[in-house]
Write a new protein. Structure first.
Lengths: 142, 74
């Protein structure tokens, strides 16, 4: 599939690399197909680009690079919806927000992480209500 | 918006399988009980709104951001 991206240009992506978020992301219910794009020489961050909307992309981070103690609980319903049998099939990404001119401009959303079953390639943004995890956790570099 | 008046211990039914019951009213504080199938997610609106706000802000990030991102501590 050819994915057009305002940010990343045209991307030729194998069909079997397309991720499906049946419910979309929170606030973006209509965008259900995404591709995950790695960033050269960078283990921590990934782009998530909508397949159907070239203008819609999210920068995400694999949270454990910055928050080694992060323990998002993937509830039974989510496991069922994603067809998740073993936890090692899951990848967790947190959406990154950048607010220029603020003391900690780069933050990650630990309250609403994305969980993707890498086998079925189905994903979901889960809501960790009552977990105490913040929606804006500062990413502070080394 | 549909507006219904309910008293404590009265309920409303949404669709076939969601029941919202007013458990207690005390001043401006209302306790609700929600019966829903496991496939229906139920959240406090403000938690949902906070995540929605973050998503919207994140989607609006423009420019070359990758070069200036914090590097993980090793």
């Amino acid at each position: 599939v050819l994915v057009r991206s305002e940010r990343l240009g045209d991307l030729a992506v194998d069909d079997d690399k397309v991720l499906t978020f049946p419910e979309g992301l929170v606030g973006f219910p209509g965008d259900t197909r995404f591709v995950m794009i790695e960033i050269a020489d960078d283990d921590a961050y990934r782009w998530l680009q909508s397949v159907d909307d070239p203008t819609l992309s999210f920068l995400t981070v694999i949270p454990w690079h910055f928050f080694p103690d992060y323990e998002p609980e993937i509830d039974a319903l989510t496991q069922q919806e994603l067809g998740l049998k073993v936890v090692t099939d899951a990848i967790v990404l947190c959406i990154v927000t950048i607010r220029e001119g603020t003391p900690v401009p780069v933050t990650a959303n630990l309250l609403g992480p994305l969980v993707v079953n890498t086998v079925s390639r189905v994903g979901r943004q889960i809501v960790l209500a009552d977990s105490g995890y913040p929606a804006r956790a500062g990413l502070v570099g080394a | 918006m549909l507006v219904l008046s309910r008293r404590a211990n009265q309920s409303i039914v949404i669709g076939n399988d969601v029941v919202v019951t007013v458990l207690e009213v005390r001043g401006d504080h209302v306790r609700l009980g929600i019966q829903a199938p496991r496939t229906v997610s139920v959240h406090r609106e403000e938690v949902y709104a906070e995540i929605q706000r973050e998503n919207r802000t994140a989607a609006a990030v423009t420019g070359d951001v990758v070069g200036s991102l914090p590097r993980p501590p090793r």
